[in-house]
Design a protein around this ligand. Structure first.
Ligand code: TNX
Length: 483
């Protein structure tokens, strides 16, 4: 029997003798959250002790796990539940594609004996979803959470506000989701999350060991907020349905702007159990340089008082007055444009670290090729799958090495996409490439070796009903209809 393959590639794997036989009678035990999650995927019984056992203790390295499949049972060991969950995702990929069906029908599945020791290269492995250009309801976000959990991603960054919409309820400024959420790109609908909706997303993500990072984009990308509260801007604004960027700015010299920042960040921090809060800072082209620096110094000082570590897009590094430890998110190209490297290094000089999201390889809203029915074409696009795979986060900005990198994130901006189907088609398979860059060792990474493993993951996506793009660089297996 051939060994099923795993994405992201594990650090080490050796085969053993024989197989474990998994049937409907197999039981799952150990750490309750992960045991019940895994049992729930397959409809298995849970107990204190099972033939598949998730045990705390015995990790090979931080965030890592050991997975041993033997004829008598399967053991996963790790130092915390999140790392056990990563091990559970590896185990899932060792099973036949049918294990990914929404309601699997267990047969008699043979899992070949193996020993895997595995741990992540980076602590932060993220996906970003723009719910501002098009709104995505709670169920769609939950589905995306399940999709990204397969790849051991552990952060979901939600881009909650932009020119076209403000998508999160703020009690002290109710018109943000009144006037501010009436529309979206192309018109029609819009929408927003009430606080309970948002808590449900955070809770669901946490059940998959994923931390939500909320983003309020300031001081540009604020047309929707200004349409709701004209005093927030220097020029009047109306709800916007186009896809231009860089035309809006908060009023930098008005006190009400800073009350707004304080209220929004306070309410958002209350909704956020995770450590990070993103305050944007990108493409503030309608804000003068002096005003931008004045705003960033004051807004970050206010925001940091609410107890979160701030994240900003790399332009925020123009400021030398960031709260210590602020994280920069690089969205320049793999060959940095003018100023981008310096702005990114500025976060490190101010005690922070960096998340890499280079737009020419990690922006999954860019088309695969000229004929892609959805997606954008800037950022040296199109971006075929091999481009998304063949780069390294430590080779972009000279002077930034692994220990200064918090991690890697793949954004999906939604100017051209409105449904979970379009989202999955753009994100997959490229998100698997980004996840492997974020998790796996750098040595030996090769597209020719990745592609056949990806074909096997594709069969599992088919079983799960994930509508990925069958890009031409991979020999995908034929889709089999479930019985
Ligand atoms: C750039 S990336 C943006 C977004 C757009 C995206 C489209 C960044 C920080 N700003 O506003 O949606 O390109 O790919």
């Amino acid at each position: 029997m051939t060994m099923a393959t795993v994405i992201p590639a594990p650090v080490s794997r050796v085969s053993g003798e024989g197989d474990f036989s998994l049937t409907a009678a197999t039981t799952v035990g150990g750490e309750p959250a992960v045991a019940s999650y895994f049992a729930g995927l397959l409809g298995l019984g849970v107990g204190a002790v099972g033939e598949i056992q998730f045990t705390l203790g015995g990790a090979p390295a931080p965030g890592g796990y050991t997975l041993v499949v033997a004829p008598e049972g399967i053991r996963v060991e790790a130092d915390d539940a999140a790392a056990l969950f990563a091990g559970a995702q590896t185990l899932r990929q060792l099973l036949p594609p049918a294990a990914f069906a929404p309601v699997p029908r267990l047969g008699h599945w043979l899992v070949p004996a193996t020993r895997i020791e595995d741990f992540p290269r980076f602590a932060y492995r993220g996906a970003m979803l723009d719910v501002a250009r098009h709104f995505f309801p709670v169920d769609a976000v939950k589905r995306y959470i399940d999709d990204i959990a397969i790849l051991k991603l552990n952060y979901l960054h939600l881009h909650l506000t932009d020119d076209q919409g403000w998508r999160i309820a703020i009690d002290s400024w109710p018109e943000l989701t009144g006037v501010g959420a009436v529309t979206q790109v192309g018109g029609g609908g819009g929408g927003w999350y009430g606080k309970d909706d948002y808590r449900e997303i955070v809770r669901y993500a946490a059940s998959r060991f994923i931390t939500v990072v909320p983003e309020i984009d300031l001081p540009g990308h604020t047309n929707a907020a200004i349409a709701a509260y004209p005093t927030l801007g220097d020029v009047p604004a109306r709800p916007y349905e186009g896809i231009e960027v860089g035309f809006s700015s908060l009023a930098i010299r008005s006190e009400s702007t800073y009350r707004f920042v304080d209220d929004v960040v306070r309410e958002l921090a209350e909704l956020t159990p995770g450590p990070y809060l993103h305050i944007g800072g990108d493409e503030s082209l309608a804000t003068s340089d002096d005003d931008f620096l004045a705003f960033i110094a004051r807004a970050t000082e206010i925001a940091a008082r609410h107890g979160k570590t701030l994240i900003g897009w790399h332009e925020m590094g123009r400021s030398a007055e960031l709260p210590s430890g602020t994280i920069g998110q690089y969205w320049g190209f793999t060959t940095p444009q003018e100023g981008a490297a310096e702005q990114t290094l500025s976060f490190i000089n101010q005690g922070g670290r960096v998340i890499m999201s280079p737009a020419d390889v990690a922006y999954l809203d860019i088309k695969y090729d000229q004929d892609s029915p959805v997606g954008l074409l800037w950022a040296n696009g199109p971006t075929p799958l091999p481009d998304a795979y063949n780069w390294d986060p430590a080779e972009i900005i000279p002077g930034i090495e692994d220990h200064q990198l918090l991690g890697v994130e793949a954004p999906v901006w939604t100017e051209t996409i409105a449904t979970i189907g379009e989202l999955e088609w753009l994100a997959f398979p490229r998100l698997a490439a980004i996840a492997e860059i974020a998790w796996s060792r750098r040595a030996g990474r090769q597209f020719a070796e990745f592609a056949p493993r990806l074909a096997q993951l594709g069969a599992r996506w088919d079983a799960a009903g994930i509508g990925f793009s069958r890009v031409p660089e991979v020999h995908w297996l034929e889709k089999v209809d479930s019985p």
